[in-house]
Design a protein around this ligand. Structure first.
Ligand SMILES: Cc1cc2nc3c(=O)[nH]c(=O)nc-3n(C[C@H](O)[C@H](O)[C@H](O)COP(=O)(O)O)c2cc1C
Length: 188
């Protein structure tokens, strides 16, 4: 089902490419299949269980930029069906994503779960907030047990999303998932 993403992803040149390579008709019907973009019970637990994701921003010079973000599982908080928030910890102090968000107000998020071979793309409007600008959301997004200094908050207003197919995702497991699997085997 179309989760509104064709509105943002299917530009004129994308439609031209679909025409050139013979997939325009199928993609045109996808454009008509609705504009729902609220996160559902399928996306919400998926987002809340991620311990990392990739975030694309765009600079004022039109160059795309990609950064990996990581934290304790659930560090990307679902505030409601159209709002996500993340505490931005002190890092390498380059502030590339922060500057890009301040300039363009847009991000694309890419969330992947290797064991279940699922991947979710999210298009969102984004803003960077200082703690004083929204203390409640700042508190909701911060994890006091995570030993890092929270510098600011990134808030994402979901505009569209889409699940990709599972092809070519190699299952991979974290140390913790392997440890749990081995413990279960030992019990059995
Ligand atoms: C000591 C240290 C700890 C960091 N911890 C994290 C972290 O837990 N999660 C994360 O996404 N980035 C972390 N990074 C931050 C990244 O290096 C980077 O600052 C941040 O992703 C913003 O990058 P950008 O300027 O390329 O957008 C850390 C960096 C340093 C130097």
């Amino acid at each position: 089902m179309n989760r509104n993403f064709t509105k943002y992803a299917y530009t004129d040149s994308v439609r031209d490419a679909q025409e050139q390579y013979g997939s325009r008709r199928g993609n045109a019907s996808m454009e008509k299949s609705g504009d729902r973009f609220e996160l559902t019970p399928r996306e919400i637990p998926f987002i809340e269980s991620r311990d990392s994701f990739f975030m694309a921003t765009v600079g004022e010079n039109d160059w795309p930029y990609m950064q990996h973000r990581g934290g304790p599982p659930g560090f990307l908080k679902v505030i409601n069906e159209t709002t996500l928030a993340m505490a931005d910890y002190r890092g390498n102090r380059q502030y590339i994503s922060v500057g890009n968000i301040n300039a363009s107000g847009r991000v694309a998020l890419f969330l992947i779960d290797y064991p279940s071979r699922n991947r979710l793309k999210i298009w969102a409007e984004a803003e960077v907030l200082e703690s004083s600008e929204n203390p409640e959301m700042f508190a909701a997004a911060s994890d006091p047990e995570y030993g890092a200094v929270v510098e600011r908050l990134m808030v994402f207003t979901v505009k569209a999303f889409d699940w990709n197919c599972q092809q070519h995702i190699t299952p991979r497991f974290t140390h913790e998932q392997i440890r749990q699997g081995l413990a279960q085997l030992a019990t059995e």
